[in-house]
Ligand binder design. Structure first.
Ligand code: ZN
Length: 106
């Protein structure tokens, strides 16, 4: 899936605004990035359950955090930005409630 030009513009605009156009790569310190052409779904897993026969087991198939990959043009370090916090979920057609807890909302 590639982003449409409008979606790409929304993402780049939000990234530039949210970072105050001051984003630096944590790997190399440069400030030139490319946008990964798709959404990365970081999958959340249930709590690890001890199993006496098989050791620790995990339950897969849980909810996920849709994220935008931003790739450093110099070293390739890839950062992921949550679509809800970035404010681009609607532009991407993602309507599911975010699975994050904002500070002070408890
Ligand atoms: Zn870098």
């Amino acid at each position: 899936m590639a982003f449409t030009p409008a979606q790409q513009q929304a993402i780049i605009g939000a990234f530039t605004a949210k970072t105050g156009n001051q984003a630096k790569c944590p790997g190399c310190g440069k400030d030139s990035f490319t946008l990964g052409q798709g959404i990365v779904y970081l999958q959340l897993s249930d709590i690890v359950q001890p199993n006496p026969l098989m050791g620790l087991t995990m339950k897969f198939g849980g909810p996920s955090l849709p994220s935008i990959p931003v790739i450093c043009a110099t070293c390739g370090n890839t950062q992921l930005y949550n679509v809800f916090v970035l404010g681009v979920a609607q532009a991407l057609g993602i309507q599911q409630a975010p699975l994050i807890v904002e500070e002070g909302s408890k």
